[in-house]
Design a protein around this ligand. Structure first.
Ligand SMILES: [Zn+2]
Length: 99
């Protein structure tokens, strides 16, 4: 695997670290956080399918060896909705100006 590449805990797809959500079991208090903190990390594609699977099969919890609170999943769902709203508006690319 290339440096700075990570693997999604749900679909096992590999990609640049920046393209994934990072869920962290923060050191030293062991709380689960999204996108911040130092500690054991698990990565997940920002996609409904992967999130649903991670939640259903406790993939994040298994990867982090900790019980992932429901609110973490809620937060990720919310984040997904927000990014959809943001990118939905620019789903169709602007027309290329003709020379
Ligand atoms: Zn995935």
């Amino acid at each position: 695997m290339q440096p700075n590449y990570r693997r999604c805990v749900s679909c096992r797809q590999v990609g640049p670290k920046a393209e994934f959500w990072r869920v962290v079991r923060a050191y030293p208090d062991g709380t689960v956080r999204v996108g911040e903190g130092m500690g054991r990390s698990a990565y997940l594609c920002p996609q409904a399918d992967c999130l649903r699977q991670a939640q259903k099969k406790s993939r994040l919890g298994r990867a982090l060896k900790v019980n992932v609170p429901e609110e973490i999943y809620q937060r990720l769902w919310h984040q997904l909705e927000e990014s959809k709203a943001k990118f939905g508006a620019i789903a169709s690319p602007p027309p290329v100006p003709k020379v």
